[in-house]
Write a protein of this length. Structure first.
Lengths: 541, 378
C-alpha cells in the first residue's frame, strides 16, 4: 500500500474497491471501511462481478463482466476528462506522458465502455462523479485485479486513475493493494523473488551483484530466475531437478492441480519444510518439521509496510525446529561441501546466527529500506513502516508525498485485452476463484481448526438461482463443475452473490479444490495465473 | 473552557467533555460498567453516578457534559450507598456462580461488588431464567443469566464490527439481549469475530473453546502478530502449561486495537493438532541409498495402494543429523550434475522476514541461483 490503513479509513472521502473482497479477506480492515461509510459518511464504489458483503455498504455497486477492468477504469477516466474533473496541477507538476495516455483513454467513451463491461452508462457517470468529486479518494484492490493475464496492466491503469485525480502522496488517497498472506509483503521485501535481492535491489544490476558478492563472499549471477509458475512446470523439461519448499503447498495453491501433481511426480528431489503433512508432502522426498508462529520469534511485515514483532509463546512442539535453524543447517552442510565457493574474508559469509535478532542485524546492513528497523526498536514500542533507512528515521506511513521513486509519475496508455479463456458451447459458464472468511488458502491450518470447520466444513460452489433452475437443481444440491483441465464435485450454494452465467469456488478443500479447474494462463510480466476467469460447464452431480 | 469543582478541587475543563472525562483527566476513578472508552456511552448501568450540587438526582458521569460552575462529588456517602444498591440490584438477578464462572478474576461486576462490599440481597436471586450455553455458535458461549444488560455487546457489534447482530428484546424485568430477532447468532449473520465477548464485562458472553480450561490468573500472555492475513493484527496469545489456549484482544495493538476476526481470535487450535509434524521424515529409499529413478514404479504403486507391504517410498522417521545429511548430499549431487539453476527455492509468505532472508541467502550465496519465489502470485 502506498498509504496506511489508518489514514485511508479515517481520511478518505471516498473509496474505490475493485477486485477485493475486503470484509472476508482482510476482515479487520473491512470493519474499518464499514465504520468509515456508516459513521463518517465516506462514499464507497465497489466494482466486482459478485455481490460480496461490502456491497451492502456501497454507495454504488458496479457489476462489471469479469476480465473487463481496463475498459471500466478507462471508461471512468474518459468521463473524468470529459467533465474536466482531473487534477491539472498534479498532472502538470508531478507526472509525464499525459498526452499519450489520454489518447488511449479516448478509445473508451461511455457507450464503448458500457458495451465491453456490461455496466450501464448511467452507472459509469455516477461512479466517475463519486470518485472524482470526493477527494481524497483511495483505491483498494487485491487479487481480483492482479490474477489476470492483464494483472500488471490493471494495476498500472489504477495508478493512472490516481495520478489523474491527484490522489497520490496524500492521506486518504493512494494506490492500495491489500496483501494477502500475513508476511507476503515481507517475503517480497526479503528477496524472495527471482528478480530482486532484499528491498527490490535488482539482480540484473552489476552494482547490486557486486554489493552482495562482497557482503556474502559469493552470490548468484545477474540473470533473472524462474517464478513459481515457471519452476514447477520446469520439472517436466528437466530445467528444475530439485526444489526446497518452505511452508507452501503448491498442490493446493497453484493452477491446474492435475498438471502440478504430474510435475511433482517427475522431480528428482523435493525437500519440504512444513508443520503438517500436506497435499504437497505426498510428493516430498524429505519432510522437515518447522514450527508455527506461536513457537517463533521474528518479524512480519503487513500490507502497509509495518514491521511487527512475532514472539515465541510456547516451546517448540516435539522434535520440530525453528525454521531459521533448519535453513542454516542446510546452508552450513552445503558450504562445507564446497567451501571454495565463498570468499571467507567477506563480512556476512557466516551462517552462525545466534537467533532472529542477529539475522535482522544482517538484514539492516544489506537492505536500505529496513536499515533502521531493529528488534530493539520494535521491542521498545516504536511503530515502524518502511522505508526506514536509519536508526534515527521514524519510518514512512505514506509513500510518494513529494515525488515518485522514478521522479515524475509516468502515465501509461493501457488498452483492454480480453481474457485467455472464453465461455463457449462446451464450457458455457465462467468460474472465478478465491477464499472465504472462515478458511485460509490451501486450508492446512483452518481445516485443522475445529470451530472454523463447524461453520464452514466443506467446499461450496456459488451458483445463481437462475442457473440452478435451468440445471433443474430442484432438491439436489451437488453439482459437477468441469473445465478443460479437470473436474470437481461440490455442494452448490444457490445465491445471487454471483450473476447468472458465473460460478465461484474456493481452493480450501482438497476433495473439491477450484485449482483442479484453473489454468496457467499467465500475465506476461508478473507470471501470475488468470485464476479469476476459467470457462467451465456445470451439471448435476 | 468551563470552570468546575470536583471533590472540592477547582479545575478547568474543555466545554463538551463529560463529567467522567473530566474526572479521569484528574486521575479520579469513577466506577463504570456499561461505559467503555471505545464505544458510544449509553448511560444505562448507573454505576458512574455522581452528586451534582443543586441537582434533583444523581447524574450518570459518562453521559453528562460539564457546565460552568458545576460542583461534583464523585465518592460522597450518598453516591457510594447508591452504587452499592445498584450493584445489589444487579446481583439479585445474577447467578452466584463465580466459583465456576470462566471469567472469574477478570469480571468487572465481581471487582465492583468486591470493592463496594455488595452481595446478593436475600430477596433476590430466584434462579436462572435462561438456558445456559444457549447458542450453537462454536466459538461464543452465551449465558444470559449472567447478563447485566449493559449493552456493550450491542454497541461493540454495531460500532466496531458494524454487523448489528445483537439487540435488546422486551422491556422491564423481561428485558434480554438477543441475536437478530431472537434467533441464533449465525442466523443473525454473526461473523464470529468475538468483539462482543471482548467487551462483555461479565461472563454472559465468553469463549467456548477454552471454557473450563483456564481462568485469567492461570494464564500467561504473550503479545504477537497474527499469522493469517496481511492486515497485521496483534493480540495476546494465552498460554497455560506451555499450551496455547486462547487469543485475546490487546487494546494497544497498533493496527486493530481491540478488533480481531474469527480466524485471528478463534483459529488457533491447529497449533496443537495431533497431525503436527514432530520429527523429520525421509523416504525409505534414501536410507537404503537407492536411486529414485530405480524405484519410480513402486512410488506409483505405494500412492495407489492401501497395503501395508514395505515400500521404498514409505516415510521413515529419522534423526535431524540423518535427515539433514541426506538432504545436503542430494542437493549437492544435483547442483554438481545439473548446475545451480537446476534448483529452485519456494520461500514462505507465512514465515518471518528473518527466515525469508535466509532462504534468499541460501539460494543466492550458497547455491548460486536466482530461482527463488513464493506464493505472492497465487
Amino acid at each position: 500500500m502506498s498509504n496506511s490503513m489508518d489514514d485511508v479509513a479515517q481520511q478518505a472521502k471516498a473509496f474505490f474497491i475493485i477486485g477485493s473482497n475486503t470484509t472476508e479477506q482482510h476482515p479487520v480492515f473491512g470493519t474499518m471501511l464499514r465504520r468509515a461509510v456508516k459513521f463518517r459518511g465516506a462514499k464507497l464504489v465497489v466494482a466486482d462481478p459478485r455481490k460480496i458483503d461490502i456491497t451492502d455498504f456501497a454507495t454504488l455497486h458496479l457489476r462489471q463482466r469479469p476480465g473487463t477492468d481496463i475498459a471500466l477504469i478507462n471508461g471512468l477516466m474518459y468521463i473524468i476528462l470529459e467533465k474536466g474533473w482531473e487534477n491539472k496541477a498534479f498532472i502538470d507538476e508531478r507526472t509525464e506522458n499525459f498526452d499519450e495516455f489520454k489518447a488511449a483513454v479516448m478509445n473508451y467513451p461511455p457507450d464503448v465502455a458500457a458495451k465491453i463491461t456490461n455496466v450501464p452508462v448511467k452507472q459509469l457517470y455516477e461512479a466517475a462523479e463519486i470518485i472524482a468529486k470526493n477527494s481524497p479518494m483511495a483505491v483498494l484492490w487485491a487479487m481480483g485485479i492482479t490474477q489476470h493475464i492483464v494483472g500488471v496492466r490493471n494495476v498500472m491503469d489504477l495508478a493512472n486513475l490516481q495520478m489523474l485525480l491527484g490522489n497520490m502522496g496524500k492521506a486518504g488517497g493512494g494506490v492500495n493493494p491489500l496483501r494477502g498472506q500475513n508476511n507476503v509483503q515481507g517475503a517480497c521485501d526479503m528477496g524472495g523473488l527471482p528478480n530482486v535481492y532484499t528491498a527490490y535491489q535488482p539482480v540484473t544490476s552489476d552494482e547490486v551483484h557486486d554489493k552482495f558478492e562482497k557482503a556474502w563472499g559469493a552470490t548468484s549471477n545477474t540473470k533473472v530466475g524462474l517464478t513459481v509458475t515457471e519452476m514447477v512446470p520446469g520439472i517436466l523439461d528437466g530445467r528444475i531437478r530439485a526444489l526446497y519448499i518452505l511452508g507452501e503447498d503448491p498442490v493446493m495453491s497453484d493452477p491446474d492441480t492435475k498438471h502440478i501433481r504430474h510435475c511433482f511426480e517427475q522431480i528428482d528431489f523435493l525437500l519440504l519444510q512444513e508443520i503438517f503433512p500436506s497435499e504437497t508432502s505426498v510428493y516430498a522426498d524429505v519432510l522437515l518439521p518447522g514450527v508455527t508462529f506461536a513457537e517463533k520469534d521474528g518479524t512480519f511485515t503487513n500490507t502497509e509496510r509495518r514491521v511487527q514483532m512475532v514472539r515465541k509463546a510456547i516451546p517448540t512442539q516435539g522434535d520440530a525446529r525453528d525454521d531459521w535453524w533448519i535453513t542454516s543447517q542446510i546452508a552450513k552442510r552445503l558450504l562445507s561441501g564446497t567451501s571454495e565457493r565463498v570468499r571467507s574474508e567477506a563480512l556476512y559469509t557466516s551462517w552462525d546466527y545466534a537467533g532472529p535478532s542477529a539475522i535482522m542485524s544482517e538484514i539492516n546492513a544489506l537492505t536500505p529500506s529496513y536499515g533502521g528497523i531493529t528488534h530493539q526498536r520494535l521491542e521498545a514500542g516504536e511503530r515502524l513502516q518502511w522505508p526506514c533507512p536509519a536508526l534515527d528515521h521514524p519510518g514512512t506511513p505514506i509513500l510518494h508525498t513529494k515525488q515518485f521513486t522514478r521522479g515524475k509519475g509516468k502515465f501509461a496508455p493501457i488498452e483492454h485485452v480480453p481474457p485467455a479463456e472464453h465461455p463457449d458451447d462446451d464450457y458455457p459458464m465462467l468460474l472465478s476463484t478465491g477464499r472465504v472468511l472462515y478458511h485460509w488458502h490451501g486450508g492446512q491450518m483452518t481445516r485443522r481448526a475445529k470451530g472454523l470447520m463447524e461453520v464452514y466444513g466443506q467446499a461450496l460452489v456459488e451458483l445463481n438461482p437462475n442457473d440452478a433452475e435451468k440445471l433443474g437443481l430442484n432438491g439436489k444440491n451437488m453439482v459437477r463443475v468441469t473445465s478443460r483441465r479437470g473436474m470437481i464435485e461440490a455442494q452448490a450454494w444457490v445465491t445471487d452473490r454471483v450473476p447468472p452465467g458465473m460460478v465461484y469456488a474456493n481452493f480450501h478443500f482438497p476433495n473439491a479444490s477450484a485449482n483442479e479447474l484453473t489454468h496457467a494462463a499467465l500475465d506476461p510480466v508478473a507470471k501470475i495465473p488468470e485464476y479469476k476467469i476459467v470457462a467451465v460447464k456445470v451439471e448435476l452431480a | 473552557m468551563v470552570n468546575i469543582t470536583i471533590n472540592g478541587q477547582s479545575i478547568q475543563v474543555e466545554a463538551g467533555k463529560t463529567i467522567l472525562q473530566a474526572a479521569q483527566a484528574q486521575g479520579i476513578e469513577i466506577p463504570t460498567l456499561c461505559y467503555h472508552k471505545d464505544l458510544n456511552p449509553t448511560g444505562n448501568c448507573r454505576m458512574c453516578i455522581v452528586e451534582v450540587k443543586g441537582g434533583r438526582f444523581l447524574q450518570a458521569a459518562c453521559v453528562t457534559p460539564v457546565w460552568e460552575g458545576m460542583d461534583i462529588q464523585t465518592h460522597s456517602e450518598k453516591v457510594t450507598k447508591d452504587r452499592k444498591l445498584t450493584l445489589e440490584l444487579m446481583l439479585a438477578n445474577h447467578p452466584q456462580d463465580c466459583i465456576t464462572c470462566d471469567v472469574s478474576g477478570e469480571c468487572e461486576l465481581q471487582d465492583l461488588a468486591y470493592e463496594y462490599k455488595a452481595s446478593a440481597p436475600k430477596w433476590g436471586s430466584k434462579g436462572g431464567r435462561y438456558p445456559v450455553d444457549s447458542d450453537p455458535n462454536p466459538f461464543i458461549r452465551v449465558d444470559m443469566n449472567r447478563c447485566i444488560l449493559c449493552r456493550r455487546c450491542v454497541s461493540a457489534c454495531a460500532e466496531i464490527q458494524v454487523r448489528d447482530v445483537w439487540g435488546v428484546a422486551k422491556r422491564g424485568f423481561d428485558e434480554v439481549i438477543v441475536p437478530g430477532a431472537g434467533t441464533t447468532m449465525l442466523e443473525a449473520r454473526c461473523e464470529s469475530c468475538g468483539q462482543c465477548v471482548a467487551y462483555c464485562p461479565t461472563g454472559a458472553l465468553s469463549n467456548k473453546m477454552n471454557y473450563g480450561i483456564a481462568r485469567a490468573h492461570q494464564v500467561t500472555k504473550v503479545t504477537t502478530t497474527c499469522s493469517y492475513c496481511g492486515v497485521g493484527c496483534q493480540f495476546d496469545l494465552l498460554k497455560k502449561n506451555d499450551k496455547v489456549i486462547g487469543a485475546q484482544s490487546n487494546p494497544n495493538a497498533p493496527v486493530n486495537g481491540m478488533a480481531l476476526c474469527v480466524k485471528g481470535r478463534y483459529g488457533y487450535d491447529y497449533i496443537h493438532h495431533p497431525e503436527r509434524l514432530k520429527k523429520p521424515r525421509v523416504r525409505r529409499y534414501l536410507l537404503e541409498g537407492k536411486d529414485k529413478n530405480d524405484i519410480r514404479d513402486s512410488i506409483h504403486d505405494t500412492r495407489n495402494s492401501t497395503s501395508k507391504i514395505e515400500s521404498p517410498w514409505d516415510w521413515v522417521e529419522a534423526e535431524w543429523d540423518v535427515a539433514l545429511d541426506i538432504t545436503a548430499k542430494k542437493l549437492m549431487q544435483i547442483r554438481d550434475q545439473f548446475g545451480a539453476d537446476s534448483m529452485g527455492f519456494l520461500t514462505s509468505a507465512k514465515c518471518t522476514n528473518e527466515e525469508n532472508y535466509l532462504m534468499n541467502k541460501l539460494a543466492r550465496q550458497v547455491v548460486g541461483t536466482n530461482n527463488i519465489d513464493h506464493c505472492a502470485r497465487l
